[in-house]
Design a protein around this ligand. Structure first.
Ligand code: WT7
Length: 683
């Protein structure tokens, strides 16, 4: 898929106009600054830190770390001794020092067209302070973990920043996750409080969120962990209109007669009632640089999600800087990132990065296809969006409907496009560039991970010549390398494991509550390096091309899932004795789940069982993990030592007969049988 040599005409440049005002106007300047950033990170980040407020200054070295497991514990520390508060930096200072109080922080656009409201920086600060006081009155203290399970509403940002204001650690769980997944994350974070909402619509589907939250809390109780309090926002229910919106015009909400809001007076509290009596003054809690900021769970290859921990100062500097330079942020921009705040993209590039820069963003609750496939472009025109950031899966989805739904809207305001989540295939890149951006907008293909906190490989729009499908070059402070299987660094054009040689401010600090796992996953394979888990190729011009995961992870619509996680959901069904899951390329989702199941003796495979298994996985993990294919596998291809050969299963899923060396298989007749019965159509 990755071309050996990109023809000249396939290298794209930002316009001359863009270069006139850009923060990094040329590749020469990028190179110069890049060298400074890696040779003297203290000075580079020290200059950037001057733009932020520090209650106390750092005392020790600016950066201190160990990446080598053979030399002792892995650690990363930035600006030790300094103290600050992110909420204070991104709200109070914008309102009071930069006089941005009346500037719009968010244009909230609901699932239903016409359902919208605007929040200024001043209003956001006020809401955050009120809710921070609510959290304090509920006994939440500095260092406590708080779980948040909410739809894409302004109050989600309010809840997260209220935690940050009082030094509590938020753990946001994407509202598309199941009760089981929420329970697992609540238990791991040991949080004392859950914040949720009554429900929301995704397109025309009603999600009874409170019902799911209650189910999760019940599961926690059964496992011996009780949450004392649950604060619920009324988003869909009637009162929401009065208390939430104040003077705003009531939104055109869909009828929600099916909404179920179970209520347990011993645990449940109403957001609106609590906020009504709260003061809007709240002194920020000053936090040390390396105090925990938030936990965000991401799939782990053993099946158990890992709580990626980010800390205060480094994350603040890094998200603010990447946002400013990668999107070349200018004060009159209207920026829109279509991700959900429940993922790292939303954390870094809806909440922290944009607010740190005083930017105006669109916060969108809905889907790109609802009520029709023009919705994105309608919103772009409505708010005059200038910088637009989405995922390859959304682009491929919209591509299917052709140009017409795009061209119904003008999109004249667009200046820059961005992509994230998985490698973008050149065809989708070209469509995005030509049809959406009308060849006028550079595309920033940003490679990063929940663990990296912010962009690590990315073009800078006015400086980096773009090659479709390549995330191009490292961001400031990031030192990539490509290693072969024996851990040797490869020079020049090469293909191998993508690793990083030194930390940048925004990288994760540990796996919450499990330092051992942190070291094992990221640092044991190649001592001295952070291992991304991605394969990568460097071309003759030094461009980096991500070739996809090289561990047992799948990327479905830009979201990582571990095969082990799906397999364990399947084998929990009594009809299944063994399961093996592989990825099968999918034109829109990137990869889809193809599951092989071996059934208990005497059970027959039929449509009903198949539907039950699909439901089982959805309920255990969430809708994104719904299998597309389930195949009955009376036996799985195993080596003599009993290891399942997934490589062979991947070939069967794609009907590719060229199997390579299968001499280590214990019984090769299994393969023929599986080919014979393979699923031809997704369910
Ligand atoms: C994995 C991280 C970072 C936010 C979204 C996903 C893949 C991400 C790109 C890109 C090629 C990409 C990698 C990475 N990935 N962006 N621009 N080009 N691959 O966060 O769930 O932590 O997943 O997504 O495989 O390791 P995540």
């Amino acid at each position: 898929m990755i071309p050996d040599k990109v023809p000249k005409e396939d290298v794209f440049h930002g316009s001359e106009d863009l270069k006139k005002t850009a923060h990094i106007p040329s590749f020469e300047i990028y190179k110069e600054l890049y060298l400074k950033s890696i040779e003297n990170p203290d000075e580079f980040w020290g200059d950037i830190a001057k733009d932020f407020f520090w209650k106390t200054n750092h005392t020790g070295p600016f950066l201190d770390y160990n990446f080598d497991v053979t030399k002792g514990e892995i650690f990363i520390k930035f600006m030790e001794g300094a103290s600050t508060n992110i909420c204070y930096n991104i709200l109070d200072r914008n309102v009071h020092e930069r006089k941005l109080g009346e500037k719009v922080a968010f244009y909230w656009e609901g699932n239903e067209p016409g359902d919208a409201l605007t929040v200024t920086y001043r209003e956001l600060l006020q809401k955050v302070c009120r809710f921070a006081n609510v959290l304090k009155s509920q006994g939440v203290k500095k260092g406590d973990a708080v779980s948040i399970y909410m739809p894409m509403v302004v109050e989600l940002v309010v809840a997260m920043l209220a935690c940050v204001r009082i030094g509590a650690v938020h753990s946001i769980v994407f509202a598309g996750f199941s009760a089981e997944s929420l329970c697992e994350r609540i238990m791991d974070s040991q949080c004392s409080l859950l914040i949720t909402a009554d429900g929301f619509y995704r397109g025309d589907k009603l999600i009874n969120l409170k019902l799911l939250a209650d189910e999760a809390l019940q599961k926690c109780r059964e496992k011996g962990f009780s949450i004392q309090r649950c604060i619920m926002l009324k988003h869909l229910s009637k009162e929401a209109e009065e208390t939430l919106l104040g003077s705003q015009s009531p939104p055109a909400k869909r009828p929600c007669s099916d909404l179920q809001v179970p209520w347990n007076p011993e645990v449940d509290l109403c957001w609106h009632a609590l906020v009504r009596g709260a003061s809007d003054e709240c002194e920020p809690e000053w936090c040390a640089s390396e105090d925990p900021l938030f936990i965000l769970y991401t799939s782990g290859s053993t099946g158990k999600p890992k709580g990626v921990l980010h800390t205060v100062s480094g994350y603040m500097l890094y998200t603010a800087t990447t946002f400013k330079l990668v999107f070349d942020y200018q004060p009159d921009d209207v920026y829109w990132c279509t991700a959900d705040i429940g993922w790292i993209t939303g954390h870094s590039y809806i909440t922290y990065g944009p607010l740190a820069n005083g930017a105006t963003s669109v916060l969108f609750e809905g889907l790109p296809t609802y009520p029709d496939v023009s919705r994105m472009w309608e919103i772009v025109d409505k708010y005059h969006v200038s910088k637009f950031y989405t995922a390859p899966t959304a682009i491929r989805l919209l591509m299917k409907y052709g140009r017409e739904p795009v061209q119904k809207y003008k999109r004249e305001s667009l200046k820059l496009l961005g992509t994230v989540g998985e490698p973008i295939n050149p065809e989708a890149w070209h469509w995005y560039y030509s049809v959406v951006g009308e060849k006028r907008c550079p595309i920033v293909d940003t490679f990063w991970q929940t663990e990296t906190g912010g962009h690590v490989l990315t073009p800078l729009p006015a400086a980096t010549p773009m090659k479709p499908g390549s995330a191009t070059f490292p961001f400031f402070g990031v030192v990539p390398a490509i290693l072969n299987e024996s851990g040797e660094e490869l020079e020049g054009p090469s293909d191998g494991y993508l690793v990083f040689k030194q930390p940048w401010p925004g990288m994760m600090r540990t796996v919450y509550g499990n330092q051992q796992r942190f070291e094992t996953i990221y640092f044991k394979k190649f001592p001295g390096y952070y291992v991304t888990g991605d394969g990568c190729r460097r071309d003759k011009d030094g461009y980096y091309w991500i070739t996809g995961r090289i561990d047992d992870m799948l990327n479905v619509s830009g979201h990582l899932l571990s095969t082990a996680e799906v397999e364990s959901a399947l084998v929990e069904h009594q009809a299944v004795v063994e399961a093996a899951v592989v990825g099968r390329p999918h034109p829109v989702k990137g990869e889809s789940l193809y599951c092989f199941v071996t059934l208990t003796d005497g059970v027959t495979f039929n449509r009903t069982l198949e539907a039950e298994l699909r439901k089982q996985v959805r309920e255990k993990i969430g809708a994104i993990a719904t299998p597309d294919f389930i195949q009955n596998a009376p036996a799985l291809p195993k080596t003599r030592s009993g290891k399942i050969m997934r490589r062979v299963l991947r070939k069967i899923a794609c009907d590719e007969r060229d199997l390579g060396d299968i001499s280590t298989l214990a019984d090769s007749s299994v393969v023929e049988q599986l080919f014979h019965n393979r699923c031809r159509m997704a369910v």
